[in-house]
Design a protein. Structure first.
Length: 133
Protein backbone atom coordinates (compact mmCIF):
# COMPACT_ATOMS: atom_id res chain seq x y z
CA UNK A 1 0.00 0.00 0.00
CA UNK A 2 1.33 3.41 -0.83
CA UNK A 3 2.05 5.79 2.03
CA UNK A 4 0.12 8.78 0.71
CA UNK A 5 -3.25 7.06 0.15
CA UNK A 6 -5.94 6.15 2.66
CA UNK A 7 -6.56 2.44 1.95
CA UNK A 8 -9.19 0.77 4.19
CA UNK A 9 -10.30 -2.83 4.48
CA UNK A 10 -13.59 -3.56 2.72
CA UNK A 11 -15.76 -4.84 5.58
CA UNK A 12 -17.72 -7.97 4.70
CA UNK A 13 -18.47 -11.00 6.83
CA UNK A 14 -19.82 -12.93 3.82
CA UNK A 15 -18.00 -14.41 0.84
CA UNK A 16 -15.39 -11.64 0.59
CA UNK A 17 -14.26 -12.51 4.13
CA UNK A 18 -13.17 -15.91 2.75
CA UNK A 19 -11.18 -14.56 -0.21
CA UNK A 20 -10.04 -11.16 1.16
CA UNK A 21 -8.97 -8.93 2.55
CA UNK A 22 -9.90 -6.39 -0.11
CA UNK A 23 -8.93 -2.74 0.35
CA UNK A 24 -10.38 0.48 -1.09
CA UNK A 25 -9.76 4.21 -1.06
CA UNK A 26 -12.57 6.77 -0.69
CA UNK A 27 -14.69 7.09 -3.82
CA UNK A 28 -14.22 9.97 -6.21
CA UNK A 29 -16.97 11.05 -8.60
CA UNK A 30 -17.82 8.06 -10.76
CA UNK A 31 -14.65 6.12 -9.89
CA UNK A 32 -13.61 3.48 -7.36
CA UNK A 33 -10.22 1.93 -6.60
CA UNK A 34 -9.72 -1.40 -4.86
CA UNK A 35 -6.82 -3.79 -4.32
CA UNK A 36 -5.84 -7.10 -2.79
CA UNK A 37 -2.56 -8.90 -2.27
CA UNK A 38 -2.52 -12.28 -4.03
CA UNK A 39 -1.92 -15.06 -1.49
CA UNK A 40 -1.37 -18.80 -1.80
CA UNK A 41 -5.12 -19.35 -1.17
CA UNK A 42 -5.80 -17.54 -4.48
CA UNK A 43 -3.54 -19.89 -6.50
CA UNK A 44 -4.79 -22.14 -9.28
CA UNK A 45 -3.22 -25.48 -10.29
CA UNK A 46 -0.75 -23.70 -12.57
CA UNK A 47 0.53 -21.60 -9.64
CA UNK A 48 -0.99 -18.29 -10.74
CA UNK A 49 -3.96 -16.42 -9.29
CA UNK A 50 -7.22 -18.19 -10.11
CA UNK A 51 -9.27 -16.35 -12.74
CA UNK A 52 -12.34 -16.78 -10.53
CA UNK A 53 -10.63 -14.73 -7.82
CA UNK A 54 -9.99 -11.91 -10.27
CA UNK A 55 -13.64 -12.10 -11.37
CA UNK A 56 -14.89 -12.06 -7.77
CA UNK A 57 -12.65 -9.09 -7.00
CA UNK A 58 -13.80 -7.17 -10.09
CA UNK A 59 -17.48 -7.96 -9.49
CA UNK A 60 -17.28 -6.70 -5.90
CA UNK A 61 -15.29 -3.57 -6.77
CA UNK A 62 -17.48 -2.62 -9.74
CA UNK A 63 -20.69 -3.26 -7.79
CA UNK A 64 -19.53 -1.14 -4.85
CA UNK A 65 -18.51 1.63 -7.23
CA UNK A 66 -21.89 1.48 -8.99
CA UNK A 67 -23.58 1.95 -5.61
CA UNK A 68 -21.44 4.89 -4.46
CA UNK A 69 -24.18 7.47 -5.09
CA UNK A 70 -26.45 5.69 -2.56
CA UNK A 71 -24.82 3.06 -0.33
CA UNK A 72 -28.23 1.73 0.76
CA UNK A 73 -29.53 1.23 -2.78
CA UNK A 74 -30.15 -2.44 -3.51
CA UNK A 75 -28.69 -3.70 -6.77
CA UNK A 76 -27.47 -6.90 -8.38
CA UNK A 77 -25.07 -7.87 -11.16
CA UNK A 78 -27.14 -8.32 -14.32
CA UNK A 79 -24.29 -8.90 -16.79
CA UNK A 80 -20.55 -9.37 -16.28
CA UNK A 81 -17.74 -10.02 -18.77
CA UNK A 82 -14.00 -10.31 -18.23
CA UNK A 83 -10.99 -10.52 -20.51
CA UNK A 84 -7.70 -11.88 -19.14
CA UNK A 85 -4.46 -10.57 -20.64
CA UNK A 86 -1.64 -11.80 -18.37
CA UNK A 87 -1.36 -14.14 -15.39
CA UNK A 88 -1.03 -12.72 -11.88
CA UNK A 89 1.62 -14.16 -9.57
CA UNK A 90 1.14 -14.98 -5.90
CA UNK A 91 2.60 -12.08 -3.90
CA UNK A 92 1.59 -9.39 -6.39
CA UNK A 93 -0.82 -6.60 -5.48
CA UNK A 94 -3.78 -6.48 -7.85
CA UNK A 95 -5.50 -3.11 -8.25
CA UNK A 96 -8.66 -2.24 -10.13
CA UNK A 97 -9.89 1.16 -11.22
CA UNK A 98 -13.66 1.07 -11.75
CA UNK A 99 -15.56 3.72 -13.66
CA UNK A 100 -19.26 4.35 -14.11
CA UNK A 101 -19.78 4.55 -17.87
CA UNK A 102 -23.49 5.39 -17.78
CA UNK A 103 -26.34 5.33 -15.29
CA UNK A 104 -30.05 5.18 -16.04
CA UNK A 105 -33.00 4.96 -13.67
CA UNK A 106 -32.72 1.15 -13.60
CA UNK A 107 -29.18 0.26 -14.70
CA UNK A 108 -25.55 1.19 -14.04
CA UNK A 109 -22.99 0.38 -16.76
CA UNK A 110 -19.47 -0.24 -15.42
CA UNK A 111 -15.90 -0.78 -16.59
CA UNK A 112 -12.91 -2.04 -14.57
CA UNK A 113 -9.21 -2.19 -15.45
CA UNK A 114 -6.98 -4.53 -13.42
CA UNK A 115 -3.23 -4.05 -13.01
CA UNK A 116 -0.51 -5.98 -11.17
CA UNK A 117 3.22 -5.39 -11.15
CA UNK A 118 2.89 -2.54 -13.65
CA UNK A 119 1.07 -4.80 -16.13
CA UNK A 120 -2.49 -4.49 -17.44
CA UNK A 121 -3.69 -8.00 -16.52
CA UNK A 122 -7.44 -7.90 -17.21
CA UNK A 123 -10.47 -5.78 -18.12
CA UNK A 124 -14.07 -6.19 -17.06
CA UNK A 125 -17.40 -4.71 -18.06
CA UNK A 126 -20.78 -5.15 -16.49
CA UNK A 127 -24.29 -3.92 -15.91
CA UNK A 128 -25.84 -3.58 -12.44
CA UNK A 129 -29.62 -3.64 -12.03
CA UNK A 130 -30.98 -1.18 -9.49
CA UNK A 131 -33.60 -3.13 -7.54
CA UNK A 132 -36.81 -1.61 -6.22
CA UNK A 133 -37.00 1.37 -8.57
Amino acid sequence: MTENEDWSIEDDDGFIAHVGPVYHVPFSAGEGRFRFVAEAKHRNRAGFVQGGMLMTFADRAMGRTARQADEKRAQATAQFSMQFYEPVKVGETVEIVCTIQKETRHLVFMRGELHAGGRHVASATGVWKIIGV
